[in-house]
Design a protein around this ligand. Structure first.
Ligand code: ADP
Length: 190
């Protein structure tokens, strides 16, 4: 199996690139943000819980996120591989992911990290907010909180994957196709 973690701060372009990569390598795309939004739309118990955190730009608690992710992986374990988009976002999520994949005799092939400056991120998210209708894209205070969450809880995962020799940084500024080809250059060598 080829299992890719697509990593980067909010607004780095993970969702856009995941769509391209999943087609090219026939991988199963899991976006934790999308699964939460689907649950919010359908007013499920999980959705009601997640919304309280997401609307403020806070991370949803680890155990809730891990349980949800594990469920999706277990239900789809016969695929060629996964693209994890928006997961893991904390050290304990990363540890849980390793454990889960080990259970199925597989592992993370590589973390591909989209690198984009904060100023560009904030502008991209505000632009997206005009069309996406996402509550968490709608004002700069919430956006700043998401970026703060990223630096305080998520950014350390760079070291976590570097220690396993599977961290690959990619310049996330440029045209969509250009960035896709930077990512495929990495994935082709995994
Ligand atoms: P973005 O990458 O643009 O911030 P996402 O759609 O990936 O957007 O995530 C939106 C929100 O969903 C996050 O701000 C967070 O509240 C919640 N979320 C998504 N993935 C996770 C996760 N792995 N752990 C905790 N919360 C998450």
């Amino acid at each position: 199996m080829k299992n890719i973690v697509l990593f980067g701060p909010p607004g780095a372009g993970k969702g856009t690139q995941a769509e391209k990569i999943k087609e090219k390598y026939d991988l199963f795309h899991i976006s934790t943000g999308d699964v939460f939004r689907y649950n919010i739309k359908n007013n499920t118990k999980l959705g009601v819980l997640a919304k309280q955190y997401m609307d403020k730009g806070d991370l949803v608690p680890d155990q809730v996120t891990i349980d949800m992710l594990s469920d999706v992986v277990e239900k789809n374990i016969s695929v060629n591989g996964f693209i994890f988009d928006g997961f893991p976002r904390t050290q304990s999520q990363a540890e849980a992911l390793d454990k889960l994949l080990t259970k199925f005799n597989t592992s993370i092939s590589g973390m591909v990290a989209l690198e984009v400056d904060d100023e560009i991120l904030i502008n991209r998210l505000l632009e997206r907010g005009k069309v996406s209708g996402r509550a968490d894209d709608s004002n700069s205070l919430i956006i700043k909180n998401r970026i703060k969450e990223y630096y305080s809880k998520t950014a350390i995962l760079k070291t976590f994957y570097q220690r396993k020799n599977c961290y690959f940084g990619v310049d996330g500024v440029g045209g969509i196709e250009e960035i896709t080809s930077r990512i495929t250059n990495v994935i082709n060598n995994l």
